[in-house]
Write a protein that binds this ligand. Structure first.
Ligand SMILES: Nc1ncnc2c1ncn2[C@@H]1O[C@H](COP(=O)(O)OP(=O)(O)O)[C@@H](O)[C@H]1O
Ligand SMILES: [Mg+2]
Length: 294
């Protein structure tokens, strides 16, 4: 190894170590990452699209009041897995989920469970902010109205906007179209919309990929605030983000199957974020978090 390459590797390691340290400080400032009760327990979850096994044998426990990050290269099944957690894959005709997902001690895929109720309790936010072409107020009120939620709608809307740290930005223009907001505000509106139906879990699939660094920082601060009352699962491409906000990290890879026909994703390592970023057990995790492989 040349000195230059060595220096770079050392510098990279130092950067990651200090990153993890900052993350730990950040986390300590929020809530302790104690062994809280599990909200979800995935047991040998495998998802097929048609006959393609997209992810296989995922067994993880996701805990209350924690932020769990799902990281790994493109195509390893992060979105596929996070969609299992609120039965969004039900909406994809070719998708089939095997194994079990236990949510509050109930099998999420039990025939008695109503997927619409599930999506009310388990909110989801996507990569691109996707407000409805309606007023800010009606974006928030939509879910509660559809669900027939009781209570004063003005209060429901105000409460959701406050929890998403958006109230002060928009309280004087609630009746204006949501498309007039900045990208970062639109994403916080989508978070507020998800919170309006009183979920206990927030799933976020690359929620900051389309945002600038300042808006990203706001969403990260918001996540740290929200985890006091909610459990959050975030898919992120941004490893600094995972290190900054999450308590637990699951690292996925994607490898060819024995017939070398299909690529299948799996969880290589699931552990406390500090461990994943500073002292992982698996060489593949280390190579990924130190940037040796994309
Ligand atoms: N709706 C779908 N129909 C068929 N295959 C899909 C669908 N969504 C994802 N896949 C496949 O499943 C695998 C995992 O994809 P995805 O979950 O999107 O990965 P990631 O989010 O980690 O990039 C990929 O091979 C992808 O092509
Ligand atoms: Mg994805």
């Amino acid at each position: 190894m040349s000195d230059h390459v060595k220096d770079e590797a050392v510098a990279q390691q130092a950067e990651h170590a200090s990153l993890a340290q900052r993350a730990a400080e950040h986390r300590r400032a929020g809530e302790p990452a104690a062994e809280t009760e599990p909200i979800f327990e995935a047991r040998d979850v495998t998802v097929f699209y048609g006959d393609h096994r997209a992810v296989t044998d995922i067994s993880v426990k996701l805990r209350k009041n924690q932020i769990t990050a799902l990281i790994g290269p493109s195509g390893c099944g992060k979105s596929t897995f996070i969609r299992c957690l609120n039965r969004m894959n039900d909406l994809i005709p070719t998708a089939r989920v095997e194994g079990q997902i236990i949510y509050h001690e109930q099998n999420l895929y039990d025939s008695k469970i109503d997927p619409v109720q599930v999506r009310k309790r388990i909110g989801m936010v996507f990569q691109k902010p996707n407000p409805f072409p309606k007023s800010i107020y009606d974006n928030i009120a939509f879910g509660p109205r559809v669900m027939g939620m009781k209570g004063d709608m003005d209060e429901i809307v105000e409460g959701a906007l406050k929890r998403a740290a958006l109230w002060d930005d928009v309280k004087d223009r609630l009746k204006t179209n949501a498309f007039g907001m900045s990208g970062g505000q639109q994403q916080r509106l989508c978070i507020a919309r998800a919170l309006a139906t009183e979920p206990d879990v927030l799933l976020m699939d690359e929620p900051c990929s389309a945002l600038d660094p300042i808006s990203t920082g706001r969403i990260e601060d918001l996540m740290l605030e929200l985890k006091k009352n909610y459990s959050i699962v975030i898919v992120t491409h941004n490893m600094q983000q995972a290190a900054r906000v999450s308590d637990m990290t699951a690292f996925f890879t994607v490898e060819l199957d024995a017939g070398e026909k299909h690529r299948t994703g799996r969880v290589v390592e699931y552990a406390a974020t500090d461990k994943i970023f500073t002292n992982p057990d698996d060489k593949r995790t280390e190579d990924y978090v130190t940037g040796k492989v994309g």
